[in-house]
Design a protein around this ligand. Structure first.
Ligand code: IPD
Ligand code: CA
Ligand code: CA
Length: 265
């Protein structure tokens, strides 16, 4: 498979989509809700997903597509080449802040990550990796991640998970929050994984994400020696919703063994 050539197309389309998103800043958005009042979608999320799908179908008609907004294929297996698309990850930020969101595009073969692209549109920063060929921010190569302990680490997680919630006993994560140097929450899973990849934070935890949220970031992070699993320490299957623990090497093991062992994730 000519991954370099697929990567070249993907990068070109991501940049074009970024330009479309920037152009939308001056226009009125059509905002709707999905599963709950805080689960938002705009006409731009939908247009960008459709843009990618029309390009992929034209050049790679045999590839399959899993897109958040539902314009792709219904996938029941990870066979062949699959594009996992989140046209805007961080839609709430896109609507409220016009920043802190990204386009996330992962390309997998047989469930194995081959290409990851996360485009921070507002900063014009394209994070990208082809598996085995290093990870980059624009043309700058990113450095392998170094080990770090909990006391020196910044953990990205949403405050929801340390408040009473439906998914977990909220007490479980409190010791980790207390021991870490600090916590952050940015509202875009794809960017938060990239922040681990670039060392801006040391770990990111979420209780429920979809494959299009983490597929691209995972390829980039693993290329740098970062570890990507669910909160039980298992590999993700890239077709199902799951919890997520991404962290620098060493820290991942400590969080899993010392802080998450009691949980039913
Ligand atoms: C959301 C963001 C958010 C995460 C949510 C995701 P969306 O994606 O990544 O940070 O906490 O679980 O659904 O809906 O903005 O693409
Ligand atoms: Ca998302
Ligand atoms: Ca989205």
């Amino acid at each position: 498979m000519d991954w370099e050539s697929i990567d070249t197309y993907a990068k070109k389309w991501v940049k074009e989509a970024g330009q479309m998103i920037r152009a939308s800043f001056d226009k009125t958005l059509n905002i709707q809700t999905k599963s709950d009042p805080n689960d938002l979608v705009t006409n731009i999320d939908q247009e960008i997903e459709q843009f990618f799908i029309s390009k992929i179908r034209e050049i790679f008609p045999n590839h399959r597509i899993l897109g958040e907004e539902g314009f792709g294929d219904e996938l029941t297996s990870s066979k062949g080449i699959v594009w996992l698309i989140d046209p805007i990850d961080g839609t709430m930020n896109f609507i409220h802040q016009q920043r802190n969101f990204a386009i996330s595009l992962g390309i997998y073969e047989g469930g194995v990550g081959k290409i990851g692209l996360v485009y921070d549109v507002v900063h014009d920063e394209l994070y990208h990796a082809i598996s085995g060929k290093g990870a980059y921010m624009n043309d700058k190569q990113l450095l392998p991640l170094k080990e770090v302990g909990v006391k020196e680490s910044i953990i990205a997680l949403n405050a929801t998970w340390v408040l009473e919630n439906e998914r977990i006993d909220h007490q479980l994560l409190i010791p980790l929050v207390k021991e870490a140097r600090g916590t952050r929450s940015y509202g875009s899973a794809a960017l938060e994984i990239i922040f681990v990849a670039t060392g801006r934070v040391d770990a990111y935890i979420s209780l429920r994400l979809s494959p299009w949220d983490f597929a691209a970031g995972a390829v980039i992070l693993e290329e740098l020696g970062g570890i990507v699993t669910n909160l039980r320490g298992e590999k993700l299957d890239y077709l199902s919703k799951d919890s997520l623990l991404v962290a620098k090497p060493g820290l991942h093991e400590i969080i899993l063994k010392e802080y998450l062992k009691e949980g039913k994730w």
